[in-house]
Design a protein around this ligand. Sequence first.
Ligand code: ADP
Ligand code: MG
Length: 486
Amino acid sequence: MKNDFNYKDGFSKLARQATSEDNSDNTQICSSIVAEQLWVKIESQIRQDIGDTAWRNWIKPLHFSGLENDIIELTTTSKLVRDRVKSHYSDKLRLIAKSQSLPVTGFEIEWTEKSLALDMPITSVADAPRITKMQEAGKQTSAISSTHGLDARFTFANFIVDKPNQLAFAAASRVVESATAAFNPLFLYSGVGLGKTHLMHAIAWEINARQPERKVMYLSAEKFMYRFIQALRHRDTMAFKEQFRSVDVLMIDDVQFISGKDSTQEEFFHTFNALVDEGKQVILSADKSPTDLSGMEERLRSRLGWGMVADIHATTYELRYSILISKRESVSVNVPDAVLEFLAHKITSNIRELEGAFNRIAAHASLVGRSITVEMARETLADLIRASSRRVTIDDIQKQVSKHFSIRISDMFSARRARSIARPRQIAMYLAKNLTTSSYPEIGRKFGGRDHTTIMHAVKKVEELITHDSEFSDDVELLRSLLSDN
Ligand code: ADP
Ligand code: MG
């Protein structure tokens, strides 16, 4: 949106109005609109500079609340946003204001409670229609059939974006921003607990809010199958077809459940084709990419990959930590940073488990009335932590041990028998037995095809040395903790 308002003139005109008409109330309103225009202008420039994704995550959640002594005051309901903008974007914001010669010298960002923020007047021009619709959508939840079964927590605002989910998030944003089908289909895939369902619900909520006239239908593949079977049983497949083909946006979660079920697959294929042919948006999720969906017919698999295929990768430490920070904001229990760091280090499998771990220690603390410490978290989550440390691979062990003893990784597989090499190799075998669930023969294969008795001998030897040689024992313990702590 182009904005040709001349701010300096605007202010002086308002000042003149104030003195001649002495209508200070009115002037205040006008000047706050002018001031807000400053923010709108800066906001739209930073959006161009940092891109839509970063803008949506960090700048959009800021709400203009006033201008005082050339300082723009902003509020946000997220501490994460506040801190991130302060650390990453405040210089940029100032530079933009300067380069556009706006009467703004700084920005102040204040965190507010969620309930307060909802009561506040809607100030951001760009956000006004959106918030109103969102609120309406929220109120009418029971009246809108398409929001049935949507989790209120699974919104874009609650979705933390970082490298592993950037692409999927960008694709989802594109879908909600366009009035017609952006990509057909949008196919999201990832392992469990990494945010597919969350993103799908977020898309549904957002389309409902922005374009309430579009009919959105979200359901799991299992439900799709169930309804189809019901329709067959009641000889009512026409109505079934009608129902699905009348929507504007069809979302089916976990389509891998359809694989192997021939008649459901066939029906799904027809529904899918009919919708795509009419330019309706189809959004699907699965635990694998379209090409890897075994038990799916080839023509369907290839059709599923025609649009945009976006995968969500395994979490990174940064993403896990950011998610925990935002979880902490939503509870009233005080969880120290060190505990969040500990969790982000230890629970690496997926976000669902990470959230589960966080909830468990928060619940435990409030039940027992104990303050939360790393020690307490370690105790409370002992089973989870053991489970995830068992996921160390033999490759990890071989790498870590060779690095520790400064030998080549190929020596792990070689036949060299010099003690300086054989001993570390035995330690690696011992750790493989202790930290993984692999059997002796499996470990033997991983160490250059050695016999299982060689591994058994190594394990015994290392156990013996541990009890007799404290220096040796320290080495092994250090390696064990390095490997279990990653
Ligand atoms: P999937 O469908 O891929 O198995 P879900 O969407 O059910 O995973 O996500 C599991 C849990 O993790 C949910 O509670 C969800 O809110 C949370 N979650 C996943 N990704 C994110 C994210 N990027 N930011 C915040 N929470 C997330
Ligand atoms: Mg899911």
